[in-house]
Design a protein around this ligand. Sequence first.
Ligand SMILES: [Zn+2]
Length: 211
Amino acid sequence: MNTITAEILAKTSPLESLNILIEGNNRFVSNLKFNRNFLSQIEETKNGQHPHAIVLSCMDSRTPIEHIFDQGIGDIFSIRIAGNIVTDEVIGSLEYACKLVGTKLILVLGHSQCGAITGACQEKKLGKLTNVLAKISPALETIKQREEWEEYSEKELISEVTKEHIIQSVRAIPRQSEVLKSLLEQDRIGIVGAHYDVSSGKVEILTQKFI
Ligand SMILES: [Zn+2]
């Protein structure tokens, strides 16, 4: 697997970037990871980086992004924060990647058994963690509007809120950033929501936004 150059990145479409990640996850769950020479990749990237995708995911120790997508050094940007929440700082990082570096895909990756989502569902309060959980509350409120929500088990509720939070995050990104909205409208980037199952290693694509 070659290290990504500026020329390769320029020719990569948002959909191709997504396919690179999907194929990488297929290799990961099949235990067929590429045997990369990291020392060579360090040498090849020492003067610059051209990552094709940026992944916003949780800090959970079971979601190591480069492993999950079988990506090498210089292949992807990674933002990891509890509950894969969207903040101004996260938006700024996405803008840097997509506008200044030319990254083609934003992937928001939530996951099963997420402590942050569980905490939000249980309406936990703790120091500044409360601020993190408040970013997940809108997804909980949306699920609570469903007539059947009170019949959900806690596990089902957490699962539904996890997926709703991913979808709301995908929608929030262009809404909160004129820079990214413009790139999306010009078809220069794509934004995708996906879910990672910590019990199988499999990534499921939930939503795609390619205008
Ligand atoms: Zn998590």
